[in-house]
Design a binder for this molecule. Structure first.
Ligand code: ADP
Length: 221
């Protein structure tokens, strides 16, 4: 369960404080697939940064699976990001000199898993995302949709409880976007992770179970 209670984030600025988030209270059920929507500047990235443990609120409480992020110290936030979180980016962020399976297994090798086990787990994840036949392809040999599905496999490989996706379909054509969104629905329905996606795309938002529209730093629903 993710819970935000009266969360605000102020940024000091020369023209006065900027209220990036104002008194946001929200609960997100485990294994749900939510879309955060709203115009540029409404606070979506600020919310994602708070959920990702990259920033802390100016006031209010934010708790993820019992861990209070608003009071967590840097060590606890680092462990949270490493163990519980998977992140999916608009531009995939795959390493170009590594194949799909090497990209997917990398987080496990970096934390010290054995090579054989990391490769087996990466293979399972590639199967989940429908990329088994592309395991040995390099990013430049893959379509945008394939790269994003490999990035989803990488984000899930260490069994995080929360996946954050920042405009994950922003760089994909509609057919590839639809496949990535179907994959997100499958991840939620198989209860692999909670998925929170920031998007400008109405089609992408419509694929989520729940929409969280924002306006001027507040929830606008
Ligand atoms: P969105 O992701 O919806 O475009 P943001 O969360 O990036 O919105 O920004 C919300 C508001 O907070 C905007 O007015 C933005 O200019 C301001 N803001 C975001 N980050 C900073 C920062 N580091 N310093 C000052 N203002 C910021």
């Amino acid at each position: 369960m993710i819970s935000l209670r009266h969360v605000s984030r102020l940024y000091p600025s020369p023209g006065g404080e900027v209220h990036a988030l104002r008194d946001v209270s929200l609960e997100i059920a485990p294994h749900s697939f939510c879309a955060v929507t709203g115009p540029s500047g409404c606070g979506k990235s600020t919310l994602l940064n708070l959920l990702g443990g990259l920033d802390q609120p100016s006031s209010g409480q934010i708790t993820v699976d019992g861990l209070p992020l608003h009071t967590a110290d840097e060590n606890a936030l680092t462990a949270y990001r490493r163990e519980r979180l998977g992140i999916i980016f608009q531009f995939f962020n795959l390493l170009p000199a590594m194949t799909a399976v090497e990209n997917v297994e990398l987080p496990l090798l970096l934390r010290g898993d054995r090579a054989k086990e990391a490769r087996a787990r990466a293979g399972e994840m590639l199967e989940l995302v429908g990329l088994t036949p592309r395991a040995d392809a390099f990013p430049h040999q893959m379509s945008g949709g394939e790269m994003q599905r490999a990035a989803v496999a990488r984000a899930l490989v260490h069994r995080p409880s929360l996946l954050l996706a920042d405009e994950p379909t922003g760089n994909l054509d509609s057919a590839n976007a639809a496949r990535v969104l179907e994959l997100f629905q499958k991840i939620a329905s198989q209860r692999l992770a909670t998925l929170i996606m920031v998007t400008h795309s109405p089609e992408a938002a419509a694929a989520a179970e729940r929409q969280i529209p924002m306006m001027d730093g507040r929830l606008s629903s």
